[in-house]
Design a protein around this ligand. Structure first.
Ligand code: PBE
Length: 292
């Protein structure tokens, strides 16, 4: 519902400013997008970074980052591109939008979004002693962007479960590197935590399958990043392969540092930032016009 009302609201704004701009023959980008960058779920790490960006860039004074949802943002993006209209969104890789549309990241001279992001595997304190087999597999877990994308894109016309199973079956070599020599267990329960974005469904499902094959009884619960860090730091859950660092979930990492074990990266070269269609003639966050 929220998504639909956002669409209606922005569609209405677009028509109004579009008509106004036609009379003077030029389109002011700020007016055309109603001084709004389309964000995603309020709980996303990106929204915290986006708020920092608004503070840091002088030209963004008076601009807003709209809190909505990933599906609503994607609908906005699709509609804008269909009409070759301007739009500015919070975007990230890996994600299929870069496969379907010609998009670009705006340069970020103040370095608010960082160069590139890495997924880390985090475990609760004591997991190594309690479940050394799972700990060892989680510690070895590492894959490439292309692997994750295969699961994410595969899930578009099946399900994350099926796509992850297919990936595991087609990538036995890689999976064996994570599990080779690790003793099997007998139905021990392990709780993983993840988030409600496609990339995290993909990694969560693959980990679930791998640990189940090892003999574990696995639960994967998708929650907001803040809840995930809290649950891990208090020892309520066992591990996560979902955090994006150093920028996206950096504030949460710092808040809970010392209360979890960082097993290092499991995927490198992810990215977060401000994204626009390639046909737009701005290249940097600094090119976003000042609100008059
Ligand atoms: N994301 C995708 C999330 C994490 C995964 C970058 C949109 C975020 O917390 O911002």
């Amino acid at each position: 519902m929220l998504g639909l009302s956002l669409v209606a609201l922005l569609a209405a704004c677009g028509t109004e400013t579009g008509a106004k701009n036609q009379t003077n023959g030029e389109t002011n980008l700020g007016e055309a997008v109603d001084y709004t960058i389309i964000g995603i779920e309020p709980g996303a790490g990106m929204m915290t970074v986006a708020a920092e960006m608004l503070e840091a860039y002088e030209n963004l004074a008076g601009w807003e980052v709209y809190e909505a949802s990933t599906p609503a943002m994607l609908v906005e993006l699709e509609m804008a591109i269909a009409n070759e209209e301007p739009i500015i969104v919070t975007g990230w890789n890996p994600h299929w939008k870069f496969l379907n549309y010609d998009l670009k990241y705006l340069e970020d001279p103040l370095g608010i979004w960082g160069e590139s992001e890495n997924y880390h595997t985090l475990a609760r304190i004591g997991l190594k002693e309690d479940m050394p087999e799972a700990y060892e597999i989680l510690d070895r877990f590492f894959w490439e962007t292309e692997d994750m994308e295969q699961v994410m894109y595969g899930a578009q016309d099946s399900s994350f479960e099926e796509a992850a199973l297919k990936w595991v079956e087609e990538n036995r070599d890689k999976v064996n590197e994570w599990t080779e020599g690790v003793p099997r267990v007998d139905g021990e329960s392990i709780e993983l935590i993840s988030h409600q974005w496609d990339s995290e469904y993909a990694s969560g499902e693959v980990m679930r399958i791998v640990l189940e094959e090892q003999g574990y009884n696995v639960t994967v619960t998708p929650v907001d990043p803040a809840v995930a860090f809290q649950a891990l730091a208090s020892g309520e859950v066992d591990a996560t392969v979902s955090p994006w660092l150093p920028a996206t979930h950096g504030a949460l990492y710092e808040e809970h540092e010392g209360n979890f074990i960082d097993l290092g990266e499991n995927l490198v070269d992810a990215r977060v930032g401000i994204v626009v269609p390639a046909y737009m003639d701005i290249d940097s966050i600094e090119d976003i016009p000042v609100r008059e």
